[in-house]
Design a protein around this ligand. Sequence first.
Ligand code: ZN
Length: 287
Amino acid sequence: MAFKSGHGKNKRFLRNRWIEFAVPRRKICLSQMIRLSVVHMPGYSYIGFLLVALALASCQTVSKEQRKNTSRTFNTVVVDAGHGGKDSGAYRRSGPPEKIATLDVATRLSQKLRESQFKVVMTRTNDTFIPLDTRVDIENATPKSVFVSIHFNDSRRRGIKGFETYYHSPYAAELAQRVQDKLCTISGSVNRGVHTANFRVIRKATYPAILVECGYLSNRAEGYEARSKEYRDRLADKIAEAIVEERFGAGVYRAASTGSVGSPAPNPSPAPPGEGPGSVPQSSRNN
Ligand code: ZN
C-alpha cells in the first residue's frame, strides 16, 4: 500500500503541517516544496532553510556511479516483507492486515529462492517494525544481490484490482517487467503495469531493487484471494520464477515447494553467517 504506509511517507507527494502552512489543503511534490519555501515565505528564512534541508535529505538518491548492475550476476536476494509491527499497512476488517500477508508471501518466496540455490536475506522474519532506512542499509550491505519488496495495495475505490511493480534504477527495469509478466499469468489477473517510483527502499538501493504490489486488499476478489495461503504461495512462486529467469534464463525454474510456511525444505542448507533470518540489526529502529 502506498500512502498510509511507511514507504508512502516518502512518495513524490508529501503532506504535513509545514506544507499545509505554506499551501493549505494541497498536495505538493518536493521540488515544489523547495520553490515554495523560497518564493512564498521570504520572511521565514529559518523555516525555509529547514524545508530545503528536509527536501534535499528526502531526495537523496543513489547516483549513477554508485549503482551496480548485478541483474545478471547476483547470487543473493534480499526479500523485504513490507510494513510490520506498529505499521500494519493496508487494513481491512475482512482479512489480516497487509503486514501479515506480506510476511507470508516473503517467507514463501525466500524458501523457494533457497531451493533454487540463492542465498536469501530477509529484512524481517516476524511481526517487527523495521524502519525504511534500516531496510535500505540491509540491502546495500548485501553484495551481489537484488532487492524485492513485497506489498499489497489499497484503494477507496473498491473496484480497482491488479498487480503493479515499481523500480527506480534502470538496471532493475527488466526484473520488474519479468515479475509483472509472471504475476499476470495468474488466471483472472489484471495488469496495472510496471512503473518507476521514488519509494525510499528502491530509490536508495545500490543494487537492482523492485517493489511488488501483489493486488488490492480493498478489492473484494483480490482481498479474498489474499487470505488464501494457496494463493499467496502462487504469488511467491511467480515472483521466484521471475527472479530465477532473470539470473539464469527462461525455463530454468523448478517449483519445488508448495507446502506451508515453516515446513522443512527438501534439502535444507544452513544459511551462511550474516544471512537468513535474524540478520536485521534490531538496534537501529530510529525512524
Ligand atoms: Zn504496503
